[in-house]
Design a protein around this ligand. Structure first.
Ligand code: SAH
Length: 198
């Protein structure tokens, strides 16, 4: 299904994980026919599920390994969290924060349906991160921020990777932050388009 993502630089293991998670389960009935298209789709409440290539690129840029503890800001449909859950395996865990309680509940039910046990969906403000489970090996923000929230930087483990789209509603760049011996390295990966971090 997602073999073409190879041409977007998406890693083999990410493509395999995406092939295992049926995107149709993460969209509402009215969009089922479009479930596999290379576009973001509405999921209600003015939010969207990211296009497949975006999920693939972000999961690749995070360099996920088995056993990683991951924090996602913006659960949305839960699709990205489900793909990450396969990549970190049973020894890893995904904590994902969503501010809209209804979306969080729907995402939780989808994880149950797929018998995914290593994803915890939390309702709250992602800007604060989740101090009680920190530090995280990887943090991924799936909405854009004007500035990377400080709390998230402080909850990133040493040698950890944080991805966050930064910008405004017109232009955003996907930033990759790496923490090496407490020092922050920043890279601009590509131009992207996301809904805002509220
Ligand atoms: N990763 C999702 C796509 C997310 S869209 C997927 O795979 O489907 C971005 C999500 O971020 C939206 O659901 C939005 O409600 C949520 N969001 C925006 N601001 C937030 C905040 N401050 N805290 C938590 N979630 C937030």
């Amino acid at each position: 299904m997602y073999e073409y993502l190879e041409y977007h630089g998406v890693r083999r293991e990410v493509i395999e994980a995406m092939n295992k998670i049926d995107r149709k389960i993460f969209v509402s009935e009215e969009y089922e026919e479009s479930a596999y298209l290379e576009v973001p789709l509405p999921i209600g409440f003015g939010q969207t599920i990211s296009a497949p290539h975006m999920v693939g690129i972000m999961c690749s840029a995070l360099n996920l390994s088995r056993g990683d503890k991951v924090l996602e800001i913006g659960t949305g449909s839960g699709y990205n969290a489900a793909v990450i859950s396969l990549l970190v395996g049973d020894d890893g865990h995904v904590y994902t924060i969503e501010r809209i309680a209804e979306l969080a509940e729907i995402a939780r039910r989808r994880m149950e349906l797929l018998r995914i046990k290593n994803v915890t969906v939390v309702v709250g403000d992602g800007k604060n991160g989740l101090a009680e489970y920190s530090p995280f090996d990887k943090i991924v923000v799936t909405c854009y921020a004007r500035k990377i929230p400080k709390q998230l930087l402080s909850q990133l483990s040493d040698n950890g990777i944080l991805l966050c789209p930064v910008g405004n509603e017109l232009v955003q760049v996907l930033k990759r932050i790496t923490k090496v011996r407490g020092k922050i390295h920043e890279e601009n990966l590509m131009e992207v388009k996301f809904v805002p971090l509220v």
